[in-house]
Design a binder for this molecule. Structure first.
Ligand SMILES: Nc1ncnc2c1ncn2[C@@H]1O[C@H](COP(=O)(O)OP(=O)(O)O)[C@@H](O)[C@H]1O
Ligand SMILES: [Mg+2]
Length: 371
């Protein structure tokens, strides 16, 4: 379900925004520093409870302001209002969903499945496994309702095991107990991740073929511990080394998606542009699989697409988004770089963020064509 209303208050330099109705494709242009990325950041906070630019939400609150408020409404019968508020004076995010106060961030994530494509996202292949695990777990989370619990329990067991490795005795019975717990939940996690990857691969391969034919590109899931041994065995036999290191060396916290071209890691052979297309295909495939398995569509946030993809790939990429009928927010510095990429019957709205002399940004509609 798409957003049909979006309200932003107290977000960085942006003047209050109340955007209604929100179109399927929303193109946002504006000069550097006008507030385009901030607008995407606001939607990201609405869907994820956090910014993609900073860990410190105080940085997102307008300098002179006391609080940040982001509110959205999902189209549907009935429409679902939801939102978050963050006061400068308080550490916590206040989350509301359908009129109720909720405590779990996961409720936001469930409500608004988001995919972000920005320069950091394009580093998915070269960066640490943490980013790829996050990508993987996003997919699993949205299709398996018990994934979050398994993940939280495994993390808790891992924390206790690590604490005992550092401070406890080797013979400690509680070490065995926590290992038992860790093994149980890790096996659940591994089974869910493995099943998700199996469903993901054909969708990814098809999407990639439509963007950039790359013979021999393979994506493989590695579970995070020795392939030939059970985790119980790995943990038992690894106690000495783990104790010296002060933490658990193997387990689902080390899972990864290995991406190779032929025999080599893809990152060693692909050009920067090719890497971006592989990441684009991964992100599109994530949304396609979500729809195929749950009937829900992602909202895509895409920051400065013209700076990232060349004209012909930009066109192919937008064609995928259009065929997926996903709601999209795309920013660009150049006013017209994105306007002619869409079919005439695609609901499209164009906005311009105007930067005032004092630095504030005002979101204004440009000529609009909604069919
Ligand atoms: N907390 C804040 N309060 C007010 N202005 C801010 C805050 N944080 C950043 N800014 C300003 O907001 C502007 C918008 O930045 P940004 O969204 O990155 O613009 P764009 O993506 O259009 O280049 C910048 O000029 C920046 O200096
Ligand atoms: Mg920007």
């Amino acid at each position: 379900m798409p957003l049909d209303r979006l309200v932003l208050h107290g977000l960085r330099n942006l003047q209050p925004v109340d955007f209604e109705p929100v179109s399927r494709v929303n193109l946002i242009t504006g000069e550097n520093g006008s507030g385009k990325t901030s607008l995407l950041e606001g939607i990201h906070i609405l869907g994820m409870g956090r910014s993609f630019r900073t860990r410190n939400m105080r940085h997102v609150i307008a300098h002179e302001g006391e609080e940040l408020l982001v509110h959205g409404r999902l189209a549907g019968e009935p429409p679902i209002p939801f939102g978050v508020r963050r006061r400068r004076s308080e550490g916590e995010l206040e989350i509301r969903l359908a009129g109720e106060r909720v405590g779990r961030l996961a409720s936001l994530v469930e409500t608004l499945p988001l995919q972000l494509i920005n320069p950091d996202a394009f580093r998915l292949l070269e960066g640490s496994p943490a980013g790829r695990r996050e990508f993987l777990d996003w997919g699993v989370f949205h299709v398996k309702h018990d994934f979050l619990e398994a993940w939280q329990r495994a993390r808790r067991a891992l924390k206790h095991r690590n604490a005992l490795l550092r401070h406890g005795r080797m013979s400690d019975a509680s070490l065995t107990a926590w290992e038992h717990e860790l093994v149980h939940w890790s096996e659940r996690i591994d089974a869910m991740r493995g099943a998700w990857v199996e469903a993901f691969l054909p969708v990814f391969e098809e999407t990639l073929a439509g963007l950039l034919p790359l013979e021999g590109l393979r994506l493989r899931y590695t579970r995070g511990w020795d392939r030939r041994r059970s985790l119980a065995e790995v943990l038992r036999q690894g106690r000495d080394v783990d104790r010296q290191m002060g933490f658990t060396q193997q387990g689902p916290q080390r899972a990864d998606l290995a991406i190779r071209l032929g025999k080599r890691p893809a990152i060693e052979v692909l050009s920067r542009g090719q890497q971006k297309l592989v990441v684009s295909a991964m992100k599109l495939a994530q949304g396609r699989l979500l729809e195929a398995s749950t009937g829900r569509r992602c909202v895509y946030l895409i920051d400065d697409l013209p700076a990232e993809l060349d004209a012909s790939h930009r066109r192919l990429f937008c064609r995928w988004l259009e065929n997926m009928r996903c709601q999209v927010f795309i920013t660009s510095i150049e006013p017209d770089a994105l306007a002619d990429l869409w079919r005439a019957d695609t609901p499209l709205a164009m906005f311009h963020v105007k930067r005032s002399a004092a630095g504030s940004g005002e979101l204004l509609p440009r000529e609009r064509q909604i069919s």
